[in-house]
Design a protein around this ligand. Structure first.
Ligand SMILES: NC(=O)C1=CN([C@@H]2O[C@H](COP(=O)(O)OP(=O)(O)OC[C@H]3O[C@@H](n4cnc5c(N)ncnc54)[C@H](O)[C@@H]3O)[C@@H](O)[C@H]2O)C=CC1
Ligand SMILES: CC(=O)[C@](C)(O)C(=O)O
Ligand SMILES: [Mg+2]
Ligand SMILES: [Mg+2]
Length: 348
């Protein structure tokens, strides 16, 4: 593994140079990789592996939208697409990519097919870390590991098609065959990761749950809404409020941050903007820190996992989510955003 310096701290990472695709193909040549579940990660990981020449099959409930999607994506019923049980039986590596809540429901079936030498693969540390709540305790004779792409399965696929790679974390929880590390690294490369950084199941799930509730998804919407509302209350039009809150950030400034860091984005803005941003960012940090502390504690206590299990195990969970997503979509800010997006020249 390459030893790299991350801001003064040395860490080990697996790069595509040291573990090229040919090596991954070689390691996986006698395996049948069964991707169970075809939601968001399922398609990204299964299609990338298929295009990378890995022997991959999909297991999904028949008569579901996801089954039809798998067919549309080129998986063939009876050849590379099966009912979940059949795929579990055929697979030597089981990629358990049902939603974290559904993994609990199917566990007793999965367990039956985990014969010695097989491997159980996750893309999240959830099921294992919170096993007192999920009941997911694998038999000792199988390898157990994870590769967690740090982004949406949709991006994993898109970036692969653009010859880019999303970074992933990986972890080995149980090495029964002595080959767990080699297997998980090969899978990480095969699904299209750019590079792989090592973690453990607990660290992966704690950081992931905190991140998605925090800056990646929850906090960002909260900060957008707060600023938008203040601008609107002070007489600014929806388009002005939306442009100064979201559009400028996603279209102009975040791409600069992605390319070369925050200081570089700042340096490409006016001295007026820089003065103000340098003065205010620490106040925003200090104002939100207590909330991030509270969030991390809630994750570490298992409360976030419990809430997710309870709400996502209900039969009507999809309808309920859709109600809340609709509320977001129909808020003035995001309706204004829809019009603003339609005006982008490339959308005309
Ligand atoms: N969504 C993403 O891009 C990311 C997801 N992950 C992890 O990957 C794993 C899979 O997540 P997603 O792709 O988001 O899952 P998802 O929520 O899209 O569900 C995956 C599949 O499970 C099926 N499913 C849901 N409930 C079911 C039930 N009761 N019975 C049978 N099938 C059921 C769905 O039909 C779907 O095909 C999870 O561990 C998640 O935390 C990790 C990184 C990013
Ligand atoms: C996309 C991702 O990595 C998330 C936000 O953690 C998730 O979908 O669970
Ligand atoms: Mg994540
Ligand atoms: Mg997540």
């Amino acid at each position: 593994m390459a030893k790299l310096n991350f801001g003064g701290v040395e860490e080990h990472v697996v790069t595509r140079e040291e573990f090229p695709l040919q090596k991954a193909q070689e390691v996986l040549k006698d395996e049948v990789v069964a991707v169970i579940g075809y939601g968001v990660q399922g398609p990204g990981q299964a299609l990338n592996q298929k295009d990378n020449g890995i022997n991959v099959i999909v297991g999904q409930r028949k008569n579901s939208k996801s089954w039809d999607k798998a067919v549309a994506d080129g998986f063939v019923p009876g050849e590379t697409l099966f009912e979940i049980e059949e795929a579990l039986q055929k697979g030597t590596i089981i990629c358990y990519l049902l939603s974290d809540a559904a993994q609990i429901e199917y566990w007793s079936k999965v367990k039956q097919h985990l014969t010695p030498g097989k491997a159980l693969y996750f893309s999240h540390g959830f099921g294992i870390t919170f096993n007192e709540r999920t009941g997911i305790v694998p038999p000792a004779e199988v390898d157990v590991f994870l590769v967690a792409p740090k982004g949406s399965g949709t991006s994993l696929r898109r970036m692969f098609l653009q010859n880019r790679g999303l970074n992933s974390s990986f972890a080995v929880y149980q090495d029964a065959t002595g080959k767990a590390r080699e297997r998980v690294t090969a899978l990480g490369i095969a699904i299209g990761s750019g590079y792989l950084f090592e973690t453990d199941f607990k660290k992966e799930v704690f950081s992931d749950l905190a991140g998605e509730r925090g800056t990646l998804m929850g906090a960002v919407q909260g900060i957008f809404a707060a600023q938008y509302d203040v601008l609107r209350k002070n007489g600014h039009s929806p388009s002005e409020a939306f442009n100064e809150t979201v559009e400028e950030l996603t279209q102009s400034l975040m791409p600069l941050v992605a390319e070369n860091g925050m200081d570089w984005m700042y340096a490409n803005c006016s001295t007026t903007a820089q003065r103000g941003a340098l003065d205010w960012w620490k106040r925003f940090r200090d104002a939100t820190s207590p909330l991030f502390e509270e969030l991390y504690e809630s994750v570490a206590k298992g409360d976030e996992a419990q809430r997710s299990i309870e709400s996502n195990s209900k039969p009507d969970y999809r309808e309920k989510l859709e109600v809340e997503l609709t509320e977001l979509r129909e808020s003035e800010m995001w309706r204004a955003g829809k019009t603003v997006r339609s005006l982008r020249p490339e959308n005309n």
